[in-house]
Design a protein around this ligand. Structure first.
Ligand SMILES: NC(=O)c1ccc[n+]([C@@H]2O[C@H](COP(=O)([O-])OP(=O)(O)OC[C@H]3O[C@@H](n4cnc5c(N)ncnc54)[C@H](OP(=O)(O)O)[C@@H]3O)[C@@H](O)[C@H]2O)c1
Length: 330
């Protein structure tokens, strides 16, 4: 397999972790970084021994040595950053949530398809070895017909109106930050939802600090989601079927073990240890797809990414939560 040269767009918290993850993928080379500021690009590159650094995202996107760009900016900039990279002919891995709403996501996907370039949402949870087992259990009907699931993702952050989590201009709120994992997980297990009800608590900066959401899926199947950025939750997921249930142990979004319980049988525990820091799995999927000449991943398909965004659009619309300068959803 050839080596793929990665460019890192943005120098924040997750970009640092992703670079660390890439280091454990033999076919990946961390080749370049781009930042809005030269000082930040230089600091990031020197600390990590990255050969090229750029003082603008445009320069990173135009770097002929870069094969694929990882976008690690706050969500409201994903569409603009992805468009820039696609226009420059680059493959893209874009952090979750893919965009702020479905209209943006659709536009970005259409551009990638028009240019026949690879793009994928960095929903890293889907690529862990344990999630492969979860999908296998589902296809083998190991707990019968799946009827319901519970999933939660909440943590307690200090209230900081200027931070990405609380500032509306930076796409703040629990739904887009952690709810997206839960909606995506429900979609993976139960298919696309057909309806929903949800109740948020909007905090003093106007973003959803916590929420409960129930998604309705075909045949009356239900997903129960609890999310928060001011409330810590157990971070577990339980999938319930007609012949048992599966508990994915905390943190389910970076999973390493699950327990399968069936009536009249001993509990069965499945372990799937993680190598690297976990970001290596989604990066490996990107490179597998590029090597195979595929324009999208079968594990995180683009139409599903758009559908997840559409579900979150609907949930937010019912709450009256609209981000500044957000275009009307299509
Ligand atoms: N997969 C995961 O586990 C995971 C975890 C956390 C976050 N994320 C996602 O990753 C994205 C970034 O999150 P983060 O926690 O890394 O954010 P962060 O620490 O605030 O960093 C974001 C970076 O984006 C760039 N940026 C561009 N325009 C900006 C603006 N107007 N304000 C602030 N920063 C701006 C900055 O880099 P430069 O100054 O170098 O341009 C900044 O360092 C989010 O979409 C988030 O949902 C994913």
């Amino acid at each position: 397999m050839r080596k793929f040269r990665w460019g890192i767009l943005g120098t924040g918290a997750i970009a640092k972790q992703f670079v660390q993850g890439l280091r454990s993928v033999p076919d990946a080379e961390v080749f370049a970084v781009g930042s809005r500021s030269e000082a930040s690009a230089t600091k990031f590159a020197e600390k990590r021994n990255i050969p090229r650094r750029h003082a603008s995202y445009q320069d990173l996107a135009s770097d002929p040595g870069v094969d694929v760009v990882y976008i690690a900016t706050p969500h409201p900039f994903h569409a603009e950053n992805a468009t820039l990279c696609l226009q420059a002919g680059k493959a893209v891995l874009c952090e979750k949530p893919f965009c702020v709403n479905a209209a943006e996501a659709k536009r970005v996907v259409e551009l990638a398809r028009e240019k026949r370039l690879f793009i994928m949402e960095g929903m890293w949870t889907r690529f862990f070895p344990l999630m492969e087992e979860v999908r296998r259990l589902g296809s083998e009907r190991a707990i019968g017909e799946v009827r319901m699931l519970n999933v939660d993702f909440g943590f307690r952050a200090d209230l900081d109106p200027a931070s990405r989590l609380f500032d509306q201009r930076l796409g703040g709120g629990a739904l887009l930050d952690v709810g997206v994992y839960c909606v995506s997980f429900a979609s993976m297990v139960l298919g696309r939802p057909s309806g929903f009800v949800g109740l948020p608590h909007l905090g003093e900066t106007g973003v959803d600090e916590q929420a409960s959401v129930i998604l309705e899926h075909q045949g009356g199947r239900l997903a129960n989601l609890s999310i928060g950025i001011r409330t810590a939750t157990p971070q577990e997921a339980t999938i319930m079927g007609t012949e048992g249930y599966v508990r994915i142990h905390a943190p389910w979004w970076r999973p390493t073990s699950m327990t399968i319980s069936r009536p009249d049988a001993e509990n069965e525990t499945v372990e799937a240890p993680v190598s690297g820091n976990g970001f290596n799995y989604e990066a490996a999927e990107v490179m597998r797809c590029l090597e195979a000449g595929k324009a999208e991943s079968d594990i995180m398909p683009l139409d599903e990414t758009i559908s997840v965004m559409r579900t979150m659009d609907g949930i937010r619309a019912a709450w009256g939560l609209r981000y500044p300068n957000e275009e009307v959803a299509s």
